[in-house]
Design a protein around this ligand. Structure first.
Ligand code: AHR
Length: 369
């Protein structure tokens, strides 16, 4: 067992003894976000000590395996929550099935794991099961996507999806101005309906589209998969033949499928083509398409949350206060060097100017996913 772990368990024991000695009084630790979460963290510590196992048991209900991004997320969590790092990880791939995900969480509660981690397929339908976890004294951590209808979890680590959509819109606005493109007729391939990644990217992009009077011809779900993206794009190519000049795909895999469909329909896209192709995720394969000029821009969503998750769990075990919201660092990638930055009003109504990074082969070679 690592020294860090021994120290963590020792701190946990001290706090648990403290809690027993102070029974009848209220223990509160102040955090930046308030005291509720800190109290939950203290409860988690007590639960961990009473179970007394050397490893921290964690049940992780993962969305599925729909995309390269998802595989990277799974690998990141598995590597960080390894036995060598002091964790016993129970991993469930929920295959994009919300009922299966709720069942996985209930199974974790029944197994009495120390912590539950959920990457919610959809943003709603969570309050009942989170109440069950809370009643069972099992702290829940939310990863990547958000939960909108319950606050019964300790912390969240992930991406600000609405900002990603806003950034994509702001880039398109600046790009169209630069190239003198007066009319934008846009087709959107959304992610899984009801997922916060789909909701945020759709809303953020639409806000800029509406402000500029762009024409969103259609917006359908491609389920965040390559096959889904291809099927939607095949139908778009038939229904909107010759009528569109922008395609927005809400992840790289959908964009690969859209490329196949446009190739088959004889539609040209990318830096030298007739259609501007925008994507999200910035996977190694996505950045490769960007460097080749087949995508025009790719807005990163960072799946490497494992180390932050492990750190957060260790802090909870140690009874330390934790950040209740942690945003992953992200980069906006482009192919052409002309535009250096974009300025837009972000999700908290603050004007921000963010750099655009021109992709290089070195970046692709060093990309971790
Ligand atoms: O929730 C993150 C999104 O889900 C990623 O953009 C996508 O690739 C994944 O499937």
């Amino acid at each position: 067992m690592k020294l860090r772990k021994i120290t963590a368990l020792f701190s946990a024991l001290v706090i648990a003894v403290g809690l027993t000695a102070c029974a009848g009084t209220t223990t509160e630790t102040t955090t930046a976000e308030g005291t509720t979460q800190a109290t939950t963290a203290t409860e988690a510590t007590a639960a961990e000590t009473t179970k007394g196992s050397g490893l921290i048991t964690v049940g992780f209900a993962q969305v599925g395996h729909e995309s390269d991004w998802r595989t990277a997320s799974t690998n990141s969590v598995k590597a960080a929550l390894s036995k060598d790092n002091g964790f016993d990880l129970q991993f469930v791939d929920c295959d994009n099935d919300s009922a299966a995900q709720l069942e996985a969480v209930r199974n974790f509660i029944e197994q009495d794991v120390d912590y539950i981690v959920i990457d919610p397929i959809v943003a709603t339908g969570w309050d009942t099961v989170l109440t069950e976890a809370k009643d069972a004294g099992i702290p829940v951590i939310v990863l990547d996507r958000t939960i909108d209808d319950s606050d019964k979890y300790v912390a969240w680590i992930g991406s600000e999806f609405t900002n990603e959509g806003l950034a994509a819109g702001a880039w398109l606005q600046a790009y169209a101005e630069l190239k003198g493109i007066k009319e934008l007729n846009i087709l959107v391939i959304e992610g899984t309906t009801g997922a916060s990644a789909q909701i945020g990217r759709t809303d953020g992009f639409k806000k800029i589209a509406d402000a500029n009077g762009w024409n969103i011809l259609d917006s359908q779900s491609g389920e965040f998969t390559q096959d889904g993206g291809q099927a939607v794009m095949e139908s778009y190519c038939k229904s909107y033949e010759g009528k569109f000049n922008v395609v927005v795909c809400q992840n790289d895999n959908e964009a690969f499928g859209a490329e196949d469909a446009m190739d088959a329909a004889g539609v040209t896209y990318g830096v030298k083509g007739d259609v501007i192709l925008i994507s999200f995720d910035s996977t190694k394969a996505g950045l490769t398409e960007l460097l080749a000029g087949n995508f025009n821009s790719d807005f990163q969503c960072n799946p490497l949350q494992g180390p932050s998750l492990a750190d957060l769990l260790n802090k909870l075990v140690a009874g330390e206060t934790v950040d209740t919201k942690q945003f992953m660092p992200e980069t906006w990638y482009v192919n052409e060097p002309d535009l250096k930055s974009i300025t837009y009003t972000n999700v908290i109504d603050k004007s921000v100017t963010e750099d655009l990074v021109v992709v290089t082969q070195d970046m692709i070679d060093n990309a971790q996913y």
